[in-house]
Design a protein around this ligand. Structure first.
Ligand SMILES: C[S@@+](CC[C@H](N)C(=O)[O-])C[C@H]1O[C@@H](n2cnc3c(N)ncnc32)[C@H](O)[C@@H]1O
Length: 273
């Protein structure tokens, strides 16, 4: 397929999948039905070619489609907001598992970006009271759009601020967070370096600058027995659990791997009284 060849030559990591998703998007069809649909309409062929050429310039596929998936939900994404990643679905699965058997839980999604995690939790658990926190004004605008008409409460706030959500101290059942964690100076693909906001991806102190605050905030917000899950870089499989373990109120600290066996997120539980 011509589109696949163009994308492969541009260094796009999954050229066939991207070419098919672009064609399915233009034709407004599920990807699985593409093979049954002959491309005869000239306007359609031109619209596909245009998007393929944009993708070949390494504009993120999700910006071209206008959406990204998180578990069972999709969120609108585009310039100025971090594109949710499939690997975060592992943290989401852990979170939903943790919430099983806990009626009407209070959940806080720190560093919510597009609001993807908050929306996925709120959709899976309509009985939950979900709060989402984000500092960046452009990301907040995307989150506002994605969380409109949901029960999620969106807060404009900085996770490094000591006064954040103090009214919820020791009342939260679950804190989830996919923070900026890539160490500054790490080489990243053009889709990330040129299109994800810098402060959504990178953090000082070997990528731990924001995570340090998230650990302290979670320790303050969690009720006894509550839990925290923090996504991290694959170089932080020791350092993030170590940060969680510095807080005596947090117990049962564990790290979790992704499907490729790389360290991906850490969890801890607030000790019962
Ligand atoms: C890696 S993105 C994750 C977004 C979303 N949770 C997801 O998984 O798609 C990190 C987000 O944290 C936000 N952020 C960075 N520093 C922050 C801070 N100090 N307080 C609150 N949000 C912050 C960024 O603006 C960005 O939207």
């Amino acid at each position: 397929m011509e589109s696949e060849r163009i994308l492969a030559e541009a260094g796009v990591p999954s050229p066939r999948v991207d070419a098919e998703l672009i064609a399915a998007h233009v034709l407004d069809l599920p990807r699985g039905k593409l093979m049954l649909t002959p491309l005869v309409d000239r306007q359609v062929v031109e619209a596909i070619a245009d998007l393929v050429h944009q993708r070949a310039k390494r504009i993120p596929l999700q910006h071209l489609l206008g959406w990204a998936a998180m578990g069972e939900v999709t969120v609108a994404v585009g310039p100025g907001v971090f594109v949710p990643r499939p690997e975060t679905e592992l943290l989401l699965e852990w979170a939903l598992q943790y919430l099983k058997g806990r009626p009407s839980p209070t959940v806080v999604d720190l560093c919510t970006g597009s609001g993807a995690l908050a929306l996925a939790v709120a959709t899976a658990r309509p009985d939950a009271k979900v709060h989402a926190v984000e500092v960046d004004s452009t990301a907040l605008a995307w989150a506002r759009r994605n969380l409109a008409h949901t029960q999620v409460e969106l807060h404009s706030g900085d996770v490094t601020a000591p006064s954040l959500l103090t009214m919820m101290d020791a009342q939260v059942d679950l804190v989830v967070c996919n923070p900026p964690y890539v160490p500054i100076g790490t080489e990243v693909p053009p889709e990330v370096g040129e299109h994800d906001p810098f402060t959504a991806v990178f953090a000082e102190s070997e990528g731990l600058a924001v995570i340090k605050h998230v650990v302290n905030l979670a320790a303050r917000l969690l009720r006894p027995g509550g839990a925290v899950a923090i996504e991290h870089d694959d170089t932080q499989g020791d350092s993030v659990p170590a940060l969680l373990s510095t807080r005596k109120v947090l117990t049962k600290v564990e790290d979790h791997q992704d499907l490729a066996g790389r360290p991906r997120f850490a969890t801890g539980h607030r000790a019962e009284r």
